[in-house]
Write a protein that binds this ligand. Sequence first.
Ligand code: SF4
Length: 342
Amino acid sequence: MISLYTNKTEYIADIADELRLFLAKEEITEAENAAADVCVTLEGSGTERHARAQVNTEKGMAVYEWDCVIPQGADALEIKRREKRAVKIAAFRAMANVYGFMPPWGSLTGIRPTRLLRELRMRYGEAEAIRMMQQDFDVSEEKLALAKTINAVQQPILDSQTEKDADIYIGIPFCASRCLYCSFASQVRTKKTDMAAYLAALKKDITLGSAILKQAGRKIRAMYIGGGTPTVLTADELDGLIAHALEAYAGFDGEFTVEAGRPDTITKEKLGVLKKYGVSRLSVNPQTMNDATLELIGRSHKSADIIAAFAMARDMDFDNINMDVIAGLPGEHAADMEHTLD
Ligand code: SF4
């Protein structure tokens, strides 16, 4: 168990994600004072911030400090982005010093590296974007080359968008259990979860969002209900949510995806609801087809459940089913990936 203290509690989940890059399954607990295994602080005001991370575990001790500048006139979102980046980098480098290795994607967590690279290029230009990826975020040369290649493949698709196009994402930040590697904003649905309150707020948000997009004359190209795990909702809850979304975006006829990520949350009844509302694409995500890995990463299902869920969806005429797999899960090697792909 590793205890973590920070004076910026709004960033504690992001700092914990950095620690997890080095800790595998070790539990991280929040400490109430600086005498913790890991202590990350952020000081400063105005245009200057100073992040300091101290790691002191049985593996060793290290301190890393990182200064960042807040541009004059930066809005709240930009300030948050820069502060978060500073505490993450300080924590990552102190951990790397103690644990003696650099993960190939460096300190990047919770964001697609390709998206970050594209945004940095747009904001700062090519040379600065590459410098930041390598020198600030510690992304390896090999991974940076991979991100560049993916950006080049994606660019024509992004260029095909017009300013009036919009895609709708509806988030269900609840899951059946928590995966070891997860860095998404999601929590386990329990008996105490007030799903009715969440869905009421979400429907209000959908109504308001659709009015804004309508006023702006946007054309909705695609709708995606993701998570979390949307199929953690009951069939009735799914029915109410989708009916509401389609009413708010009346006339929508683009690609409609629902992430049915966990096979243990998929039922015939729920698939029937998705079919009724014209969902055209499903996502059923195995991540791996190795049962031992599924157990290790905290997924509460077996590979056989994935096959059964896929077959059920095919039987109900879903002909566009995406399946995510993850390379490099704990303990897996090339042979495990071959088995998954077979
Ligand atoms: S299913 Fe996805 S969102 Fe849910 S815990 Fe696993 S990785 Fe996170």
